[in-house]
Write a protein that binds this ligand. Structure first.
Ligand code: HAX
Length: 440
């Protein structure tokens, strides 16, 4: 049986060759235009990246290598006796481009197990940070601290042919993913559980071991983590964490520098940090209203007040999606199946009844629907993970799967250093003046 690396090489290297000559032949073809509104509005929707791992459709949601989340719930291998897909499977699918078998996910699990030991200096470095440092700060710093082990950086220093970049990048990616649950759980226990750490259990899969090291006893939490770490893994290439990872990696920075950059992007409240903001907002609402289960009218009034205060309603809206996020829906289904009477989950479902109508009244808001972050906090709260500052670390651990699989592809395909063109406002004004002159 070939190794994961051999399988990746067998897929990626012929495609790299083929795509290079394809671009040589068709390179002058125009794939899109950019309006001034797109330029000023966060380069929204401009086709400017190539990402193989997944693709997002505004009216359907994410597809990983062509498979939607409901399809993957049925098609990806599960743990023995489990119901939820294993993150090992989504990683295999994104990296290799084929649905994995049970043996394939066992191979990925085993690879990560072998590589999972975290160097002591990373723990020592974490202990120099205040316990109150935001968990995302600790996470990003710990990832960066592991850069000392970069196989890519050492190979580059020694000197290597650019055709071979993908190989040490693959090694870094596998080493890094393998260590993330241990680091994330360490941060969780140091910040919120008096530094009482729990040793890894090598008999468990990647997600279940993470759940175990966090110290959550309910076996159902392991299922949730498998689902959670699968569905947050990727959202095509243009989202801020994926794009930041790709951008940093495009300079031939190694996977540690690149992922740390991506994690920093995820730490913004308009992106991944929205999952902590949702629960903070829900808890504040309950406190300010003085009810554990506010009425629909009270929720509506609270949403209107949030908007009137010039704040965003966290967990709602999306730069691309124009439907309720399928990642929200799958979490809601999990919660309804496992804890239909949970109070906070019910508040989240009540918000879902009200918010799209209220946000939909504002013409400028292009999507009044819930995104992935609207539900995850309620689900975590149910299992006793109430420390919401930690939530984005869970997201980041999952997002690493997609952005790091993409880094392997970036190096195999020989993608260039990223360097878009910037212009000044004066340039834009002159351009528009000339444009108008030419069209009268
Ligand atoms: N509450 C209030 N206002 C909102 C809003 C919301 N939930 N969603 C959008 N808007 C506002 C925007 O702030 C923007 O206002 P201005 O023109 O005054 O700047 C306007 O509506 C148009 O925004 P848009 O085109 O619909 O959406 P954007 O692509 O600009 O922004 C965001 C997308 C996700 C950032 C936005 O919807 C938002 O801030 N949502 C709340 C935060 C959130 O949930 N973020 C997580 C998104 C999913 C994700 O990446 N997870 O990691």
């Amino acid at each position: 049986m070939s190794t994961l690396k051999e399988r990746f090489a067998a897929k990626a290297l012929p495609l790299a060759k083929e795509f290079k000559s394809f671009v040589r032949e068709h390179g002058t073809k125009v794939v899109g235009n950019v309006t001034l509104a797109q330029l000023a509005g966060g380069i929204r929707g401009v086709k400017s990246l190539i990402t193989e791992t997944s693709q997002l459709d505004a009216m359907e949601g994410i597809r990983f290598r062509g498979y939607s989340i409901p399809e993957l719930k049925k098609l990806l291998p599960t743990a023995e006796g489990g119901t939820e897909p294993l993150p090992e499977g989504i990683f295999y699918l994104m990296l290799i481009g084929e649905l994995p078998t049970q043996e394939d996910v066992a191979m990925v699990s085993e690879e990560w197990r072998k590589r999972s030991e975290v160097p002591q200096h990373v723990f020592d470095m974490l202990e120099t940070l205040p316990k109150e440092a935001h968990p995302m700060t600790q996470f990003s710093t710990a990832i960066l601290a592991m850069q000392t082990d970069s196989v890519f950086a050492k190979a580059y220093e020694k000197g290597m042919n650019k055709r071979d970049y993908w190989d040490p990048m693959f090694e870094d990616v596998m080493n890094l993913i393998a260590k993330l649950p241990r680091i994330a759980a360490y941060i969780y226990r140091r910040s919120f559980h008096n530094g009482e750490h729990i040793a890894p259990d090598p008999s468990l899969d990647w997600a279940a071991n993470f759940a175990h090291m966090m110290g959550v006893k309910d076996p159902e939490f392991k299922s949730l983590m498998r689902l959670y770490l699968t569905i947050h893994a990727d959202h095509e290439g243009g989202n801020a964490s994926a794009h930041a990872t790709h951008l940093v990696g495009s300079t031939l920075s190694d996977a540690y520098y690149a992922l740390s950059g991506g994690i920093n992007a995820l730490a913004g409240p308009l992106h991944g940090l929205a999952n902590q903001e949702v629960i903070r907002w829900v808890l504040n609402m309950r406190k300010e209203i003085g009810a554990d289960r506010p009425s629909l009218e009270q929720i509506e009034a609270y949403i209107r007040q949030t908007l009137a205060d010039g704040k965003v309603v966290p967990g709602y809206g999306h730069p691309v999606l124009r439907i309720p996020d399928p990642r929200f829906t799958v979490q809601m289904e999990f919660a309804k199946a496992h804890f239909p009477d949970d109070e906070i989950a019910n508040v989240v479902w009540d918000i879902y009844e009200v918010a799209p109508k209220v946000l939909g009244e504002k013409i400028k808001i292009k999507s009044p629907y819930p995104n992935v972050d609207a539900h995850s906090g309620a689900t975590l709260m149910h299992y006793g993970v109430t420390e919401y500052n930690f939530y984005t670390v869970l997201f980041g651990t999952s997002r690493a799967l997609g952005v790091l699989a993409t880094l392997c592809w970036d190096r195999a395909l020989g993608f260039a250093i990223e360097r878009p063109k910037s212009v000044t406002i004066e340039w834009i004004k002159e351009f528009v003046a000339k444009y108008e002159e030419a069209t009268v």
